[in-house]
Design a protein around this ligand. Structure first.
Ligand SMILES: *Cc1c(COP(=O)(O)O)cnc(C)c1O
Length: 395
């Protein structure tokens, strides 16, 4: 390998380090949960996407273990060659039923689902109108598609209207609006009531990535569209957050759309089928979620208590009801110091700063889950109070 290449790579790493943007991974030695073990210590974990607290649920572990016995370890095949088991089709049907669509199609991750969804469905005559804060995987998926691209300011309905008009004025054949259901840095919901109304006015298709909502937002956890009481055309989502936290993604939608994706979606055609243990535990998680009003009530009660507690201490929060609760800290160094101080107090959170969020909008993103107890939250609040005061962030 040419030394000049390695030098260039090392130079980039040095720059990342100099900018204070290096991400450090802490190896956790326990299952994912409200409490985790790392560095030989027990830590209260307030930054997992484990909204329903199911990531180490014994029912999911049992389902995975029995599928290992009945269906083996791995498929060693893509779906269409010899990688489709009865379990895969059962899960696709169950997901579609849960989400209220005709059918669904599984992927290795939602990142792949978003990479897959645009290119087979839209061509150069078409347009995609995309929210400026959409997840990286939507942005990448759009890059892989030949449709014309329009971007609107985050959740700005005037701008969405203007961009839809621009797409129509340019003569687009099909127009698709693409948005996250929930924007993960802020915990804000996309206004799907107004987005679907605009879609109807402009005869546009709606595509919603509901990763931070499926399982707990809306009646029976059916997601952001259910929360707003509207229907969207195409949904993408993950098994890696509230739905057990393992891995896997899906696209749900009308039958012909799913059928075409099965023929043409490249991350589906050219990548391995999900392992049976993961598929079986996802089926088990849907049983729990469909019957999960208690878990959802606990999650939102925790979110209310945590918000009220932090607000009472004088922290600056973004408003909302979602279990993503960002504590706004201004500059990157404040978020880093706060996260470090909390870690020393046994509370695991993570700081977000530029380029993930805008300059001057650094934050600690706390996330609630249903497995946290009142006692856990009080422990967390005490730590926030102590570190916040020590750093002069709150009085
Ligand atoms: C987490 C997330 C993804 C990626 O999901 P994976 O299944 O982990 O690949 C995609 N979109 C959004 C909005 C997400 O939050």
């Amino acid at each position: 390998m040419p030394q000049s290449f390695l030098d260039a790579v090392a130079e980039t790493l040095t720059q990342i380090e100099a900018d204070g943007l290096t991400k450090v991974e802490r190896p956790i030695t326990s299952p994912q949960g409200a409490w985790i073990h790392a560095d030989g210590r027990k830590l209260l974990n307030l930054c997992a996407n484990n909204y329903l607290g199911l990531a180490d649920d014994p029912r999911l572990i049992d389902a995975a273990k029995s599928a290992l016995d009945s269906h083996g370890h791995g498929m060693a095949s893509v779906r269409f060659i010899c990688g489709t088991q009865d379990l895969h089709r059962q899960l696709e049907t169950r997901l579609a039923g849960f989400l209220g669509t005709d059918d669904s199609i599984l992927f290795a991750a939602c990142f792949d689902a978003n990479a897959a969804v645009f290119e087979p469905l839209l061509g150069p005559e078409d347009a995609i109108v995309s929210d400026s804060l959409n997840h990286a995987s939507i942005i990448d998926g759009i890059r892989l598609c030949k449709a014309k691209r329009y971007r609107y300011a985050n959740a700005d309905m005037h701008d969405l209207h203007a961009q839809l008009q621009a797409a129509r004025d340019a003569g687009a054949r099909h127009v698709m609006i693409a948005t996250d259901g929930v924007f993960s840095m802020d915990g804000y919901l996309a206004p799907l009531d107004r987005i679907t109304a605009l879609a109807a006015a402009f005869d546009a298709i709606t595509m919603v990535d509901d990763c931070h909502a499926t399982g707990f937002m809306g009646p029976q956890g059916r997601g952001t569209p259910a929360h707003f009481g509207v229907k969207v055309d195409i949904l993408t989502g993950t098994l890696g957050k509230a739905l057990g936290g393992a891995i896997g993604g899906y696209i749900a939608g009308p039958q012909p759309v799913i059928d075409l994706l099965r023929q043409r979606a490249r991350p589906y055609l050219f990548s391995n089928a999900l392992p049976p243990a993961v598929v079986a535990s996802a089926l088990a998680v849907l049983d729990i979620v469909e019957d999960g009003d208690d878990l959802r009530a606990q999650l939102f009660e925790n979110a209310r208590y945590w918000r009220a507690g932090l607000t009472g201490l004088g922290f600056d929060l973004l408003p909302g009801e979602h279990p993503i609760i960002p504590v706004m800290l201004g500059e990157a160094h404040a978020a880093q110091a706060m996260a470090r101080g909390l870690y020393d107090e046994g509370v695991y959170v993570s700081g977000f700063f530029y380029p993930v969020v805008p300059h001057g909008r650094a934050r600690i993103r706390t996330q609630m889950n249903a497995a946290l107890t009142r006692e856990d939250l009080d422990r967390g609040l005490a730590a926030f109070a102590k570190v916040g005061r020590a750093l002069g962030i709150v009085a």
